[in-house]
Design a protein around this ligand. Structure first.
Ligand SMILES: C[S@@+](CC[C@H](N)C(=O)[O-])C[C@H]1O[C@@H](n2cnc3c(N)ncnc32)[C@H](O)[C@@H]1O
Length: 386
């Protein structure tokens, strides 16, 4: 290989630079984790990724423009989008497209935080949901030994590319195509399970497949965003308990079951009410995580020029919260519930509790129930079902 990708010194300097960047952030790299980032290069997993140009995602290869800038972007502590609306950057038209990212390589410091929480030892049997580019599966192969890693993604286009690249690096993990919430090799169980796509609740099969004493690291996120990562240890009685990591994490949602986008009904213009609480409060991720705990499981949220719209498909309630040019924000609802009321109440409680940090919450998952708990310094216990 010629050019910048044939310059071993430059590539090594990039990996060292990335490890330093991660270390300067919130993660202190253990020597084993540093070893993973120094030994497993990122660029072979992302030969083409999308860069943002306004609203468009435009494919970017090393030969498009300045190769130094390309390599710097690959070894920056950023996520790299590789698929938009199911179109991989490697097959995208040069002018790119407008759409929603459907696969990416996670920001390395977030990868490091999650790998640190996963606490992988050599020989641990590991299951990764969301192969994506294969870069994290490469790090897992380095940490556990490639023959102990199974990784799954939902399309062959993704898994074939990832498998090829892992093999070219000398790693041969089991790369499966399927739904990571349900498709497992028969009877397989694992010491470690890591998901790199978010779920509103932990899929039942993940709890079942984790061995007693095993650890799972799972991004938990509902429609109000406020993405968090839960780290859970499986107990002998079959439950998994643990806490939320301090790191915020905006993972794309796990696509499982039939993908039917909810049909949001219109909110008719009818008399409404004023509120002191703007929907912008949901931009604060610590609060939106807390607010989500107070809302129905199937809640859908959208936002646009009309404001923030909340919809509960279970009873048909729709609530719009809009900031006004003059005066306080305005709430309009239709259906049995005003869905902004529980968020206003959650906000009052959040302030009364002195805005608790996400890492102060604990999580318990059993085969029948999943809950999040916060114990205030005065011993008052708050518990919500997921
Ligand atoms: C953030 S990306 C994964 C990043 C990846 N670990 C890496 O290192 O490149 C999230 C991935 O989850 C995958 N995904 C979504 N739903 C899935 C499902 N039901 N089963 C398996 N993978 C899924 C997406 O296709 C996407 O590739």
């Amino acid at each position: 290989m010629t050019g910048i990708l044939g310059d071993e010194q430059r590539l090594l300097a990039s990996r060292v630079g990335l490890a330093r960047q991660i270390d300067r952030g919130s993660v202190v790299l253990s020597s084993r984790l540093a070893g993973a980032f120094l030994n497993v290069p990122r660029h072979p997993f992302v030969p083409v990724f999308y860069r943002r140009d306004g609203e468009r995602f435009v494919p970017w290869r090393v030969k498009d423009g300045d190769p130094e800038a390309w390599l710097d972007a690959v070894y920056a502590d950023d996520s790299l989008v590789t698929e938009v609306d199911g179109i991989h950057a490697e097959v995208a038209a040069p002018e790119g497209l407008i759409g929603v990212p459907t696969s990416s390589s996670t920001a390395p410091s977030l990868m490091a935080d999650m790998l640190d929480a996963l606490d992988v030892s050599e020989g641990n049997e590991v299951y990764e949901v969301g192969t994506g580019t294969g870069y994290n599966a490469g790090a897992l192969s380095f940490l556990a030994g490639d023959r102990h890693v199974t990784t799954v993604d939902r399309t062959e286009a993704l898994t074939d590319r990832a498998r090829r690249r892992l093999n070219a690096m000398g790693f041969d993990p089991l790369v499966l195509h399927g739904d990571g919430a349900r498709d497992f090799p028969e009877d397989a169980t694992y010491d470690r399970l890591i998901a790199t796509a978010s779920v509103p609740r932990v899929p039942r099969e993940w709890l079942k497949r984790l061995r007693p004493g095993g650890i799972m690291v799972v991004p938990v996120k509902g429609t109000l965003a406020g993405g968090t990562v839960a780290r859970l240890t499986k107990l002998r009685d079959g439950a998994a308990v643990g806490h939320i990591l301090h790191t915020p994490a905006a993972f794309m949602p796990l696509k499982t079951g039939p993908q039917v986008p909810p049909q949001m009904p219109d909110v008719p213009d009818r008399p409404g009410r004023k509120t002191a609480l703007s929907a912008r409060v949901l931009d604060d991720w610590t609060f939106s995580f807390f607010a989500q705990l107070h809302m129905p499981a199937g809640l859908v949220r959208t936002y646009g020029r009309q404001g923030t719209i909340l919809y509960d498909p279970a009873d048909g309630s729709v609530t719009r919260v809009a900031d006004m040019h003059e005066g306080p924000p305005f709430v309009t609802s239709t259906g049995p519930s005003d869905l902004w009321r529980p968020i206003e109440a959650a906000h009052r409680l959040w302030q009364r509790l002195n805005r608790p940090r996400r890492e102060w919450f604990t999580v318990e998952v059993t085969p029948v129930e999943q809950s999040v708990r916060y114990t205030a310094p005065d011993g008052e216990v708050h518990c919500w079902l997921l």
